[in-house]
Write a protein that binds this ligand. Structure first.
Ligand SMILES: Cc1ncc(COP(=O)(O)O)c(C=O)c1O
Length: 393
């Protein structure tokens, strides 16, 4: 008996149930195409929504920052790791998100963890959308507060939790664009309820930051409710083409995070290169609204074409479009078939999504061309004809 057998057994179990995951290795920059296994593949699964990850201005900004500050930040923020680009980025983020202050983290995951584990206290209640991102769910599990979940649209259940007098404070936590379904939160109703019950509203704008709103601040900006959201979480690692997360809120919220959030205090400061990249990206996102317009047009175009094919795109209303297939094995077959035809879209399976809803999660980029989207649809059509991809037709 080898002491590692319990690990091998788990991996075998994952393989036997079509749930084993392996990362593909990319040999190029992120664009609408990438090089994998010596071939160019059209990329339909990247969160590089505005095509900024490889933008020349971002490369220039990071290079300049590194020439001045080097690469490693050397220590955590409260020791000697805070450098001018961190402070400048936080100021810019606070301005863009319309809040008194902002705080950056090495990742969006850590930003969610910081907020959810530091701000709500014992005796408080967190009310989460059932499909909130794993970083929100895991942080809620580790919080001193209790948590409950509601299904999107089930406002009676949400209201029942908010009306419960057994808790000191209540926090509603939602994504704005949901990462696996591409639908959006009903911020207006959440705000109505949070005001009615004097609750807090925390919105994770990970997939909307850069993509929605006049300045790219996200869904809250687009909906004209930035002031009504108490705490905004964003990530610079998707549309902004960099890495790192951030929280924007009132000054005292940020000061408490600086003093209490373990994912802020006990980790090395983000690199100045990632800060410079995010600064440059925010500037481009603000100055080039056309990127958002093209992203929206592309999403609408592909949506229509996929629906014409009879594919199940669920409730998507954004640049994230799932093609819901159901079974894990079937989804892997479709993903592999598309890969062989020159498209890269891995299968998304449980536990990332609920059992029976395995899917291809297509994410659109502003620079995808009609030809690329048409050829993807032609690929889907071939798989439908082969009988490996179910449709509603
Ligand atoms: C909704 C949501 N929040 C937070 C994160 C975490 O962001 P990051 O990749 O910067 O850690 C992600 C994705 O990774 C996400 O989809």
């Amino acid at each position: 008996m080898n002491k590692f057998d319990f690990i091998t057994k788990q991996l075998e179990e994952l393989k036997n149930t079509n749930l084993l995951r392996e990362p593909a290795c990319i040999d190029s920059a992120q664009g609408t195409t990438v090089r994998i296994d010596g071939h160019d593949k059209i990329l339909f699964c990247s969160n590089n929504y505005l095509n900024l990850a490889n933008h020349p201005k971002i490369i220039e900004a990071t290079t300049e920052a590194m020439k001045k500050y080097g690469h490693g930040s050397g220590a955590s923020r409260l020791i000697s790791g805070t450098m001018r680009p961190h402070v400048e980025l936080e100021k810019e983020l606070a301005t863009l998100l319309g809040k008194e202050a902002a705080l950056i983290f090495p990742s969006g995951w850590m930003a969610n963890e910081a907020v959810i584990r530091s701000i709500p206290q014992k005796g408080d209640l967190l009310v989460l959308d059932k499909l909130d991102h794993a970083s929100i769910i895991d942080a809620a599990k580790g919080s001193d507060a209790e948590f409950r979940t509601y299904r999107r649209g089930s406002h009676e259940r949400l209201e029942k939790f908010l009306a419960d007098d057994n808790y000191n404070r209540k926090f509603i936590i939602t994504e704005s664009i949901f990462s696996m379904d591409g639908d959006t939160a009903d911020l207006e109703t959440l705000i109505e309820l949070k005001n009615k019950y004097n609750a807090f509203l925390i919105v994770d704008e990970a997939h909307a930051f850069g993509c929605l709103g006049e300045n790219g601040a996200g869904l809250a900006e687009k909906s004209g409710v930035l002031d009504e959201v108490d705490i905004i979480v964003v990530t610079m690692s998707k549309a902004m083409g960099s890495t790192g997360g951030a929280v924007a809120a009132k000054r005292q919220v940020i000061d408490l995070l600086i003093n209490k959030a373990r994912s802020f205090i006990y980790t090395t400061a983000p690199t100045v290169a990632s800060c410079a990249a995010a600064m440059a990206a925010m500037e481009i996102a603000r100055q080039e609204p056309d990127r958002r317009k093209k992203l929206k047009q592309n999403a609408e175009y592909l949506h229509t074409k996929l629906n014409q094919l009879g594919l199940n795109t669920g409730s998507s209303e954004s640049h994230i479009i799932p093609v819901i297939i159901g079974g894990e094995k079937e989804t892997l077959t479709v993903s592999k078939g598309l890969y062989e035809m020159g498209f890269f879209i891995p299968a998304i399976r449980p536990p990332t999504v609920a059992a029976g809803t395995a899917r291809l999660r297509i994410s659109i980029q502003s620079e995808h061309t009609k030809e690329q989207m048409d050829s993807l649809c032609a690929g889907f059509e071939k798989l439908i004809e082969k009988g490996v991809l179910p449709t509603s037709k």
